[in-house]
Design a protein around this ligand. Structure first.
Ligand SMILES: CC(C)(COP(=O)(O)OP(=O)(O)OC[C@H]1O[C@@H](n2cnc3c(N)ncnc32)[C@H](O)[C@@H]1OP(=O)(O)O)[C@@H](O)C(=O)NCCC(=O)NCCS
Length: 240
């Protein structure tokens, strides 16, 4: 396995608009079935590319071929490595927005990642924040100058979603039961259950116009952004 220590997490940023034919060959029959359920070709292509990258990246750590990996899905749909690959203790999570995907990988600690494009249409931002965010987050958002609110909203949103994706619940868990910062530094301010000291939360700006966050259920984990070359990911000759 490529070296990944328990005190380090890697976040790979990948462009889903690139030519990814070689990576797509590794998808399993059930992933192709999922791909074929998308109504819009663009969404189908992004799903296929994201899965192809996910397999290629995980295969680098596992030193196997991308097509050999198998996934298991948690109660709320969070993918994880299925036996026998789960013995590696490698954890991962994926998020995509507008042609960009982030793939976050850690060792032993559960991990969640989220990314959004700042231009995403969200309707009435303040109404959503009032309905969904913790009251402290809503109040801090409203107190900001108008021109800073969109960015703060997405920083807050991606931090909250990254945390819930690390937990594996996704949005089935209330967004009001914990609070995060809205500024440049990502911080978990309080959680209803557990200890905030046991978590690492980091702000991400993977490309112009995007904000994101990674949450790791481990203390003081160092997050490294990994630059990739598609060519490097295809070095394992053959994908299946
Ligand atoms: C997880 C969730 C927050 C993702 O929201 P999103 O912003 O639309 O999408 P993102 O691009 O950030 O993330 C999608 C990826 O998260 C991962 N994921 C799916 N469910 C997850 C969960 N419960 N926890 C963590 N990660 C999850 C998958 O890899 C997914 O990618 P894929 O669809 O290509 O397999 C949202 O789908 C959710 O709340 N799901 C849980 C409840 C649910 O709807 N379950 C139905 C399936 S059982």
């Amino acid at each position: 396995m490529d070296r990944l220590r328990t005190d380090t997490a890697h976040v790979w940023a990948v462009d889903l608009e690139r030519e990814t034919h070689t990576l797509a060959e590794a998808l399993s029959a059930d992933e192709w079935m999922r791909a074929d359920r998308f109504v819009f070709e663009k969404h189908r292509a992004h799903f296929v590319a994201a899965r192809g990258y996910l397999r290629a990246i995980l295969a680098k750590y596992m030193q196997c071929k991308p097509g050999e990996l198998a996934f298991f899905y948690g109660e709320h749909g969070k993918p994880a490595l299925a036996p026998p690959w789960d013995k590696s203790q490698l954890r991962f999570n994926l998020s995509h927005s507008d042609g960009l995907a982030l793939i976050a990988v850690s060792m032993r600690h559960e991990i969640g990642v989220d990314v959004e494009h700042l231009s995403r249409k969200v309707g009435q931002m303040k109404d959503i924040a009032k309905r969904s965010f913790a009251s402290g987050e809503y109040e801090r958002l409203c107190a900001l100058p108008r021109e800073e609110q969109r960015r703060a909203f997405f920083c807050c949103w991606t931090r909250k979603e990254a945390y819930l994706k690390a937990m594996g619940t996704g949005l089935t868990h209330s967004l009001k039961n914990f609070e995060v910062s809205l500024g440049r530094k990502a911080e978990l301010l309080w959680i209803k259950k557990g200890n905030i000291e046991d978590w690492t939360l980091q702000h991400l700006e993977p490309a112009e116009g995007y904000v994101g966050a990674v949450a790791i259920a481990g203390k003081d984990v160092e997050v490294k952004i990994v630059k990739h070359l598609l060519r490097d990911l295809c070095l394992n000759k053959g994908v299946n």
